[in-house]
Structure formats: structure tokens, C-alpha cells
Ligand binder design. Structure first.
Ligand SMILES: C[S@@+](CC[C@H](N)C(=O)[O-])C[C@H]1O[C@@H](n2cnc3c(N)ncnc32)[C@H](O)[C@@H]1O
Length: 239
């Protein structure tokens, strides 16, 4: 018995060796311990996850109207908004000159209630330890029928800048974040993912979107979730 098991293990190991020899990775300049860009690719062009964010917001721009709030800046409100009455900027700390609302999304009793038509909350929940309470904060700030456009990262390196200030705590999957939003918003949510293995390698190295083709960036493989997006509508079914 023992002898047979040994033969089987040997056979399996030879099989694995054959696979390695016949289909070796061609590393070119990727066999390295430092990434190609240390700043997500901002120094080379547009980071892959930002291309996905632009695509997501472009497809949902009809929601960006009325009183709109964005985290830390109003870039996307200005880029994609239409009929925006007021562009609010929520910031966690009081050192951001663009901020019109200073506050913690997890301590939402102090934030305006039933106020926003649209909340653009891109790549923020990764940086909040109690992110479920922050989802309640988003819900709290939206008017009934208001819409949250949210993105979270699945496959991405630590953001040292955020880590050193408020923290970098979570990486998400569509399955997990869908349940989290459903618990608070009910069923009026749509969750999608962006990414594939090539785009994930590029994202982790900081290779810019401009260095891949559109087809390569947007090829969809739901096992490689670089960015997960959520459209969540506040209805009176949940509170
Ligand atoms: C990477 S930035 C994302 C914002 C930006 N608009 C974007 O699209 O990249 C992460 C933001 O999370 C904010 N943040 C961290 N903890 C927070 C909290 N408890 N409540 C509200 N914002 C928080 C930080 O202030 C920071 O602006």
C-alpha cells in the first residue's frame, strides 16, 4: 500500500514538472520584487481601477443629479453630473479645503438625514473598519428614492497613504458586499464586477490602462474582481 502511494505521488510530481516545463510563464520584466509603479500607475497614465470607475459612473450618470455628495472631492460630480443643484464633499478629517461636510460615515447621527439625491462613494469602504455602519451612514444621508453609486476594491495593493491616515482594512467580493447592502437597502441593488487576470496583474504592478487594449481591460472574468460596483436605491422598505 505504502509503496503504491509512493509511486502515485512520484507520478503526480512528474506530471506537474511536465506542465511546468511545457507551459512556463514568460516573465519578461515582471520577475521583480518591486512594482513597475509605486503610485498605482498615476505616474504612467490612468490606473486600471480608475478606468473601471469612470465606466461605472458613465453608465450611471443619469443618477448624478440634484444634491450630490462625493467623498473628499467633487471630481466625479463635475465630470458626470447633470442638473446638479449642490455638490457636497464629505471628508473625514477637517484638513480638506474642498469639504462642505466634515464627518465620520460610521457616526451618521451627526450627518444630514434624508438629504441627498445621489451619493458617490468610490473606493472608500475599504478604508473604514466598521464599513457596515458606513453603509448605514450612506443610507441615512440619502433621500427616499435617492441612489448611492458605490465602488469597492477586490484585488488591489495596500494604499500606504490611506493606511497611515485612517487605515486600509478590507478587500471585498461581490458576494459579500451584495449581502451587506441587501441587509441595509433591501433588494433594490445591482452589483457588478470588473476585472480579469491580465488586468489584475497590471493593477498590482501599477501598469496604466493606456498600456493595455480596451478589450484586455474590459474582458470580464468574475473570478478576478478588481473593482466591485454597487447601485443602491433607498426605498421605504428598509430603514
Ligand atoms: C481613497 S479615498 C476615496 C475617495 C475618492 N473620492 C476616490 O474616489 O478615490 C478614501 C477616503 O476614505 C475617507 N474615510 C476614511 N474613513 C472614513 C470614515 N469613517 N468616514 C468617512 N470617510 C472616511 C478618507 O477621508 C478618504 O478620503
Amino acid at each position: 500500500m505504502k509503496f503504491l502511494r509512493k509511486i502515485k505521488t512520484m507520478f503526480v510530481n512528474i506530471q506537474k514538472l511536465m506542465i511546468r516545463k511545457t507551459n512556463p510563464p514568460q516573465w519578461h520584466n515582471l520577475r521583480r520584487l518591486e512594482p513597475i509603479s509605486k503610485v498605482f500607475g498615476f505616474d504612467r497614465g490612468t490606473p486600471i481601477d480608475r478606468i473601471y470607475t469612470n465606466d461605472f459612473l458613465g453608465k450611471n450618470k443619469h443618477h448624478i443629479k440634484g444634491i450630490v455628495c462625493e467623498i473628499a472631492e467633487s471630481t466625479y460630480t463635475r465630470q458626470f453630473g447633470n442638473n446638479v443643484i449642490k455638490a457636497e464633499v464629505l471628508h473625514y478629517t477637517n484638513d480638506n479645503p474642498n469639504a462642505t461636510i466634515i464627518g465620520d460615515l460610521t457616526k451618521y447621527e451627526n450627518l444630514p438625514k434624508d438629504y441627498l439625491d445621489c451619493f458617490i462613494c468610490t473606493v472608500t469602504l475599504n478604508f473604514i473598519y466598521d464599513y457596515k455602519e458606513a453603509i448605514r451612514g450612506i443610507f441615512h444621508m440619502l433621500k427616499p428614492e435617492g441612489v448611492a453609486l458605490v465602488s469597492v476594491c477586490g484585488l488591489v495593493q495596500i494604499s500606504r497613504y490611506d493606511y497611515q491616515r485612517w487605515g486600509d482594512y478590507h478587500r471585498f467580493s461581490d458576494m459579500g458586499i451584495k449581502k451587506d447592502f441587501e441587509e441595509i437597502f433591501g433588494n433594490e441593488i445591482e452589483v457588478s464586477t470588473y476585472g480579469n487576470v491580465l488586468a489584475a496583474v497590471a493593477e498590482l504592478h501599477g501598469i496604466a490602462g493606456e498600456e493595455l487594449s480596451k478589450d484586455e481591460i474590459f474582458y470580464h472574468d468574475s473570478d478576478y474582481q478588481i473593482l466591485i460596483t454597487i447601485v443602491a436605491k433607498k426605498t421605504d422598505k428598509k430603514s
